[in-house]
Design a protein around this ligand. Structure first.
Ligand code: WT7
Length: 645
């Protein structure tokens, strides 16, 4: 146990006693608690109803502040102008340390967002229309998000590492009118050709979709007359005034696609009012953010972490948020720490996978920088292993900075289980205790019953709604109910396994479904399988996760080839490249094992449990294999596995 440093608690928004008091209030009377905290936003028309939610299967309906009217961009920009117009809103740190940083004040942010909003209007984007954003980590990504919010359009960001196919699917599923991209994106000294990816994607989309191009590097790209638009040019000629459209609290702010255990990625829909209340409140309390602090979250705006904790949370709080275009290892493994020193970062938020990869490069990359400005360190995306926690604590934090290990999901909008740095004693590897208003429960996976004992293990579910919760799956409310509310009636099911210790601390043990977590990125094994079987030489494929030193989990593929196809190393390479291009670099298989047959039940269901064990090199505990149609395939798979070492 690492107790809260007394001097930290004294200055924090919340200490241990206040946490107890506020938590009790939040669950005893959610209506009163969230009614009060909803006031952290500026409302054009105040709400009279706070909470109207049901988790009842078949009727799931989630509404917060349902008659309130507000504008998210107003809350992130305009309301700050009178008091902090000249304060830096966004620090932009480019890929190359030799390119000067940009310090974008709230006044400048207002100017840019208004112009961008007018550009969108000029392209025919109306309230409720979807806008796909396929941009690197540049200020224009934030301008685009806020410009959508300003005019009531719904953005859907597609991570710039996704392939043209993945981009096309998301443009089509969301029915977007416009896609915003950039010419090329510098990352780690190399350049990704975003515009040409976009060109490839748009071949599979309606020819009405407009392509707004941010000329970021000035690299040459193709240009389709009548379809492609130079955003920066239009922004220069647009008016810097664009009124904020009054939006209902329940109007969707954005759709973000995420992987599940089955089918294609689903569009997670977030609201305007409840989402912003929750994102801003968690940002303030989890990081103990104070006026004037410089805050840095290293995520990409393509993931929910970037939405809530680079853009919406920090800006709603009038904060200074850092956007970093580059990678942790360029020009060398000291870049994170160089940037922390350069901009005197106070709160630093990153993923365990980044910490593990930097750990391996040695301490010197850290210790040569002055990190004394850092007050709080954060972790997100996967369980943090004790070695990484200790290194983060000792080498980066010098033993003086509380580490907030935040457990949450794309679906939850904001932190669910997390320490508050001034309130919660830490245990390395535990996301500790719930945020205000969050009622976690452990369920017995077979009976579905709540487990009452404090020390227990089960599947993690949430008992009642919180304002940041997703509202639906875009265009498919049935799928929303089916995915999250059908297995365990009356609860929101997270898909995670979890242990609770005798002190009531929660320890996430990983997904219990067919979702894997690769470097903090979520991947449906089904998606990788369908990419593999789309290859002409592949008959069948089964994909599982296996422990990987750096990535947390790696992607392990069992592939059965068509009858007459030779299994060669060249083909293995070809399949790796194939999956990369079908989905994106983050889905590249780590291991491909040729499988003459897959272990199936007599009804034809692949027994993944067995495949997971074999991938883990754990042959002793395969469990009952007698129900297999052909148990001998297991021996063959084990033999092949052992031959590979
Ligand atoms: C899944 C959600 C939350 C934004 C980034 C990922 C895993 C997330 C933690 C943590 C253990 C974690 C869970 C969760 N996860 N944070 N602190 N400790 N596991 O969002 O892509 O929606 O993935 O990431 O398995 O269900 P996501």
């Amino acid at each position: 146990m690492y107790p809260v440093p007394a001097d930290f608690a004294a200055k924090a928004h919340v200490d241990a006693a206040k946490y107890q008091e506020m938590y009790a209030a939040s669950v005893n009377d959610p209506e009163a608690f969230w009614g009060e905290h909803g006031k952290r936003l500026d409302w054009m028309q105040p709400y009279s109803k706070v909470k109207n939610t049901t988790f009842e299967y078949g009727k799931v309906d989630i509404k917060w502040y349902e008659d309130g009217v507000l504008n998210v961009a107003y809350n992130c920009i305009d309301r700050h102008l009178a008091t902090r117009g000249d304060q830096t809103a966004i620090i932009f740190e480019p890929d190359s340390p030799d390119t000067p940083a940009q310090y974008i004040t709230y006044n400048e942010l207002s100017d840019k967002v208004n112009r961008m909003a007018n550009v969108l209007l000029s392209q025919g984007v109306m309230r409720g229309d979807r806008v796909v954003i396929y941009l690197p980590m540049i200020p224009e990504a934030a301008y685009a998000m806020l410009a959508c919010a300003r005019i009531g359009a719904v953005h859907s960001i597609v991570f710039a590492g996704f392939s043209p196919d993945a981009l096309a699917n998301r443009i089509n599923d969301s029915g977007a009118k416009v896609v915003i991209t950039a010419d090329t994106a510098p990352r780690g000294g190399r350049r990704t050709a975003l515009k040409s990816n976009c060109d490839a994607a748009l071949l599979h989309c309606s020819d009405k979709v407009r392509c707004l191009v941010v000329k970021h590097t000035g690299d040459q790209t193709t240009w389709v007359q009548g379809r492609d638009v130079d955003v920066k040019y239009l922004m220069e000629h647009a008016s810097p005034d664009c009124p904020c459209r009054p939006m209902n609290a329940e109007d969707p702010l954005f759709v973000l696609y995420t992987s599940g255990s089955t089918g294609k990625p689903k569009g997670v829909v977030h609201s305007s009012g409840g989402y912003l209340v929750y994102a801003s409140m968690t940002h303030q309390y989890t990081f103990d953010y104070h006026e004037g602090d410089v805050y840095w979250c290293t995520a990409d705006v393509g993931w929910v972490t970037g939405h809530s904790y680079i853009v919406y949370g920090p800006l709603a709080n009038g904060g200074t948020t850092l956007m970093f275009e580059g990678v942790p290892t360029y020009p060398d493994a000291g870049r994170f720490w160089a940037v922390c020193e350069k901009h005197k970062v106070n709160q630093f938020y990153t993923a365990p996978t980044a910490i593990r990869s930097l750990m391996g490069q040695g301490k010197d990359f850290v210790t040569k920088y002055d990190l004394s400005s850092i007050k709080v360190l954060g972790s997100v995306g996967e369980p943090i292993n004790p070695e990484a926690w200790n290194w983060y604590n000792e080498v980066v934090g010098k033993g003086k900075c509380p580490i907030v290990d935040t457990w949450w999901q794309t679906e939850t909008g904001g932190h669910m289980l997390t320490p508050l740095p001034g309130a919660t004693a830490l245990k390395p590897g535990s996301a500790t205790t719930p945020f205000f208003g969050v009622q976690p429960v452990l369920l017995d996976s077979t009976t579905g019953k709540e487990i009452d004992e404090t020390a227990a293990e089960g599947v993690l579910a949430i008992k009642d709604s919180w304002p940041g919760q997703m509202r639906t799956v875009y265009g498919d409310h049935e799928r929303f109910m089916q995915t999250y509310f059908s297995d365990f009636k009356g609860y929101y099911f997270t898909g995670d396994g979890c242990r609770r210790d005798k002190d009531g601390y929660y320890w996430i043990t990983g997904r219990v479904d067919d979702v894997i977590n690769v470097s903090g990125h979520r991947m449906g094994t089904a998606e990788v399988e369908s990419a593999l079987v789309a290859h002409a030489k592949v008959a069948e494929a089964a994909v599982v996760g296996y422990p990987h030193d750096l990535k947390g989990q790696g992607i392990y593929c069992y592939v059965t080839l068509m009858n007459d196809v030779e299994p060669t190393d060249a083909l293995r390479k070809e399949l790796e490249v194939w999956v990369r291009t079908e989905i994106g670099p983050i889905a590249k298989p780590d291991l491909i094992q040729w499988a003459p047959g897959l272990p199936k039940t007599r009804s034809g269901k692949i027994m993944r449990r067995i495949l997971r064990k074999i991938a883990e090199n754990d042959f002793g505990s395969l469990g009952d294999i007698s129900t297999l149609a052909d148990p001998s395939v297991v021996d063959e798979l084990i033999e092949n596995r052992m031959n590979r070492g």
